[in-house]
Design a protein around this ligand. Structure first.
Ligand code: NAD
Length: 257
């Protein structure tokens, strides 16, 4: 029998694996969820948008046995506690954590308030700490954490997004530092997307899509599925010697290290 292409690429090492995915209702998160579901993983999908994440979980698994959802605010430590508790209650352990929840708000730096700065940092960076810290005691040996940073972490962000750029730079350094501490039992890696066509950047692309497109050698924006494939690779045994690294999924727009 011919296996689907992704099965050939990363074997069946995600079959029955238990995944916590945050930001699961988003453009990239939902694509990651669909990819992992195809690969046979069991998942707890967490998102602030309770209705959308519940709809997604039900559409993937109407029985609710393999795929569950939970309402979750990444900026609240108690919500991270609840996510981990629900995952352990249902599945007994964790294999992979993919903290993808984030916000991307426009705000010129000169008038950025402390509250605006804190809001972005609390969701995009603190939230990654909260969920990873609480998950780690339950992650089985051989498990992984795959963070989602951004090209912004490597080359700086678009104007009016200094808080976002700083939060993603933090996620990148977090990833490398944690990889040193947890390897080899838990591998920690990062995916840094370029411009991916999702609700997060819809307004930016409406305003200045042509400008962003002109710097992408691929000649198009990326899809959530293309990010999902990179995440699946980093969670699978096919990446067993990859630790503390970044996969750039950006159509060639950024080719630095
Ligand atoms: N789309 C891009 O071009 C792009 C580029 C680089 C990096 N990224 C990163 O990819 C990840 C996914 O982004 P996306 O494009 O799918 O965005 P999206 O806006 O489509 O999805 C983000 C999801 O996060 C959820 N969310 C927002 N605030 C939350 C909170 N406080 N608690 C829990 N969930 C919350 C939203 O409800 C949404 O479902 C993010 O980490 C983002 O920074 C995206």
């Amino acid at each position: 029998m011919k296996m689907p292409q992704e099965m050939q690429l990363i074997d069946n090492s995600l079959l029955d694996q238990v995944v916590i995915l945050t930001g699961a209702a988003g453009g990239i998160g939902s694509a990651i969820a669909r990819t992992f579901h195809r690969l046979g993983a069991r998942m707890l999908l967490a998102d602030y948008d309770e209705q959308s994440v519940s709809r997604l979980a039900l559409s993937l698994d109407p029985t609710g046995e393999q795929v569950l959802s939970i309402a979750y605010d990444a900026s609240k430590p108690s919500d991270a506690d609840a996510v981990v508790a629900k995952c352990i209650d249902r599945f007994g352990h964790i294999d992979h954590v993919v903290p993808a929840a984030a916000i991307f708000e426009d705000q010129p730096f000169a008038t950025m308030t402390d509250a605006q700065w804190r809001r972005t940092m609390s969701i995009n960076l603190d939230g990654v700490f909260y969920i990873c810290r609480r998950s780690i005691p339950h992650i089985r040996s051989g498990g992984t954490i795959v963070t989602i940073a951004s090209s912004a972490a490597h080359e700086g962000c678009s104007p009016e997004h200094v808080h976002y750029g700083a939060s993603k730079g933090g996620v990148l350094a977090f990833t490398k530092s944690l990889a040193r501490e947890l390897s080899p039992n838990i591998r920690v890696n990062n995916v840094s997307p370029g411009t991916i066509d999702t609700p997060m950047v819809a307004e930016l692309l409406r305003r200045s899509g042509d400008k962003w497109l002109s710097i992408i050698p691929a000649g198009r924006f990326g899809t959530g599925e293309e990010v999902g494939d990179a995440v699946a690779f980093l969670c699978s045994n096919a990446s067993s010697y990859v630790m503390g690294q970044t996969i750039h999924v950006n159509g060639g727009s950024y080719m630095g290290g």
